[in-house]
Design a protein around this ligand. Structure first.
Ligand code: SAH
Ligand code: SF4
Ligand code: F3S
Length: 454
């Protein structure tokens, strides 16, 4: 009997808890696709699951703590129902491997970031009584490889209008603070035809907005096709409304890509470009491969071409050796660029990375105080930028009814701001022309322009 015709009662429940970035969300979706083919169905609580998967993130110490505390709680479920299988995948698994099995008795299997497509075989090994660890890398020498073997187009979640699509995996940059090159391996790009085939499968199941994913997404290169070439191909796909990408690196953000934002209708007026620190001294110690002046020039370049572009960024405060003056330089970048959204983090030493062992670590108290000062400044900038949108006309991609009900729908602008459109009967996936009527701290309220002036 095929999984689609199996009686719902025959299916086993799987619960997947995902931590971390959009790449992890994407990987979790791939796990679910494989499991559906194995006659599993998603359930909304670990208490009702036969299989519990935890897809982990190692980016900061806190991310790793969250994983172990969840595994501790899941231990209770395993004690009351020993037949439950618990698997741990993702970046912590890649780094820690068998250590997780030793540390957490209730875990049955640990698999790395290159092993997620071996789930059915691993489950069979667990059923045969093994405790499984698979963290071996696939062919590490290939720069181009189609590392997603199956698109599972028949199984996508039916109520989604936007999704991520991996175009590269891994990273060769080795920024001194970052675990990703160790947890995701060397950078590999997928062939354009392979990416376009997955994009078409996504469109067939109702996806209207695709975010291209990669740890260093704009260094994509497969044969003659570079990142901008790939954007051009995607822009031609019928049924696709919007394209975004994350995360690009400033060193690979060039005029050609800025121009693509101006000329490709589906590429959104939205750019997430991390700068990490406003101090050249710290950027060098981070091994970011660019100076802050170059970053600021790139901001000017993109705003000249696309004046309405919304820009977001990532920042680390309290990197080892960061002085008050270095931190002030970071605040100055915020004052100069005036971002639409900022993700800022206290530096977190990660084992295996060069920055973790530097002698001039900034005390936790100073890191916390700098982060609070940064948010205080940035919150006022962001609310000014958000309020400036009042009265403007925007396009919202409907993601369906707003959770508050009352005939409103929820969605995002092309600049990626969340919007509640009141008194709107758009279907999920519709593009709605709106006028912004009011602004909250991080979101907007709008009226549906198709309903005329009232
Ligand atoms: N590839 C992306 C970043 C991915 S990680 C890039 O190069 O921009 C997402 C963000 O987490 C980073 O931009 C950085 O701001 C933050 N981050 C990474 N390692 C960190 C660490 N050790 N401590 C604190 N923040 C960190
Ligand atoms: Fe980490 Fe740097 Fe690679 Fe981004 S570019 S994933 S911060 S090593
Ligand atoms: Fe975390 Fe791994 Fe993503 S460390 S941020 S899940 S690449």
């Amino acid at each position: 009997m095929s999984p689609t015709t199996a009686n719902a009662a025959d299916r086993k429940g799987v619960f997947i808890q995902t931590f971390g970035c959009q790449m992890n969300e994407y990987d979790s979706a791939k796990m679910l696709e494989q499991l559906r083919a194995e006659n599993y169905a998603p359930v909304d609580s670990p208490a009702r699951a036969h299989l519990i998967l935890v897809n982990t993130c190692a980016i900061r110490e806190k991310s790793e703590h969250k994983v172990y505390s969840l595994l501790g709680r899941l231990g209770g479920i395993k004690r009351s129902r020993p037949e439950v299988v618990i698997g741990v995948g993702g970046c912590v698994s890649q780094q820690r491997g068998a250590e997780i099995l030793k540390r957490v008795e209730s875990v049955d299997m640990v698999f790395g970031t290159d092993n997620l497509f071996e789930l059915p075989a691993m489950l069979r090994a667990v059923a045969a009584g093994e405790r499984v660890v698979r963290t071996d890398w696939h062919d590490r020498k290939r720069k181009v490889a189609n590392f997603i073997p199956d698109f599972g187009s028949a199984f996508g979640a039916p109520d989604e209008v936007k999704a991520g699509l991996a175009i590269t995996k891994g990273c060769n940059n080795f920024c001194t603070f970052c675990v990703v090159p160790y947890t995701r391996g060397r950078e590999v790009s997928r062939e354009p035809e392979n990416i376009l085939a997955e994009a078409r499968a996504m469109l067939a199941r109702g996806i209207r907005e695709i975010t291209l994913l990669g740890q260093n997404v704009n260094s994509y290169k497969a044969g003659e096709t570079d990142f901008v070439g790939l954007l051009g191909h995607l822009n031609e796909l019928e049924g696709l409304q919007r394209i975004r990408y994350t995360s690009p690196h400033p060193k690979d953000f060039d005029e050609k890509l800025a121009e693509a934002h101006a000329v490709l209708p589906k590429l959104c007026e939205h750019l997430h470009l991390p700068f990490q620190s406003g101090s050249d001294r710290i950027l060098k110690a981070m091994r970011r491969n660019h100076k802050i002046a170059t970053y600021l020039d790139k901001m000017t370049m993109i705003r000249q071409r696309v004046p309405s572009i919304a820009i977001s960024t990532d920042i680390i405060v309290g990197f080892p050796g960061e002085s008050e003056e270095d931190f002030e330089a970071t605040l100055n970048v915020l004052r100069t660029v005036r971002f639409d959204h900022v993700y800022a983090f206290k530096f977190s030493p990660r084992s295996g990375t060069p920055a973790a062992t530097l002698s001039d670590q900034v005390p936790e108290r100073v890191r916390a105080e700098r982060l609070a000062r940064l948010f205080e400044l940035n919150d006022s900038i962001v609310s000014e930028r958000t309020s400036a949108l009042i009265g403007s006309r925007q396009e919202v991609l409907s993601e369906g009814p707003h959770r508050r009900g009352c005939g409103a729908i929820t969605g995002r602008t092309r600049g990626n701001k969340p919007v509640m459109v009141v008194d709107c009967n758009a279907e999920r996936g519709d593009l709605v022309p709106v006028e912004i009527v009011s602004a909250r701290k991080f979101s907007l309220v709008a009226r549906d322009l198709r309903r005329g002036c009232r």
